[in-house]
Design a protein around this ligand. Sequence first.
Ligand code: ADP
Ligand code: ADP
Length: 227
Amino acid sequence: AASVEFRDVTKIYPNAKVAAVDRISLTVEQGKLVTLLGPSGCGKTTTLRMIAGLEMVSSGQILIGGEDVTKLPATDRDVSMVFQSYALFPHMSVRENVEYGLKFSGYPKKEVGERAMAGLQLVGLQDFGARLPSQLSGGQQQRVAVARALVLEPQVLLFDEPLSNLDAKLRRQVREDIRDIQTKLGLTVVYVTHDQEEALAVSDRIIVMNNAVIAQEGTPRDLYDAP
Ligand code: ADP
Ligand code: ADP
């Protein structure tokens, strides 16, 4: 796991009149789960996508593990992302979905299989490898997406509203699973949500964004106790 640092990062989309992210600086310590919390349109997803290299910064610098990755494309950054839509391949089995990302990693075939099974075990789906995604519940599908990201052992794991397609009960369950795995493996996680309760429940630290800037920052306790 590695730290993430933003130094004065700005993102202005082509033809936009205002910045989507406006000179933000932040640090995510190694092995911590930090949430970007704020209303729709405040710049959370843009921030996450810049960590992944899916959007390039307009100005400023991004460091991962102390290394300047500002100019590196997504494929050269050791980061993986879990989306709200799961983005599983419908025609592949659960196990093949988890193996897919590993196929290009250079591991021998046997190890790809072993790692995929270990990943499924981490999310409690070791008995579901042969099923198709459509034969799983929404919560289970999201766990597969988590396993697929985990097996790559990225330096940083990114979650973009991972619970928004789930009902209330599953939301609680999956968020607890994510937190358990993050703590157990010591992963660096950046987690985007607009849900304050969710942020308070899962985070080591919360960064509150509003209108493209950081409005507030602290531990759940700091923010909960704030007047
Ligand atoms: P505060 O300034 O809100 O009192 P502290 O510096 O005392 O916070 O840290 C409280 C907790 O938050 C500790 O577990 C610390 O490791 C964690 N923490 C502090 N800064 C960061 C950061 N930039 N990224 C991740 N975790 C952090
Ligand atoms: P959030 O994730 O907090 O909802 P976003 O980062 O998605 O916010 O969006 C921040 C701002 O950037 C919004 O005003 C949004 O309309 C704008 N934006 C997001 N993506 C694009 C894009 N690809 N092109 C132009 N504007 C965009």
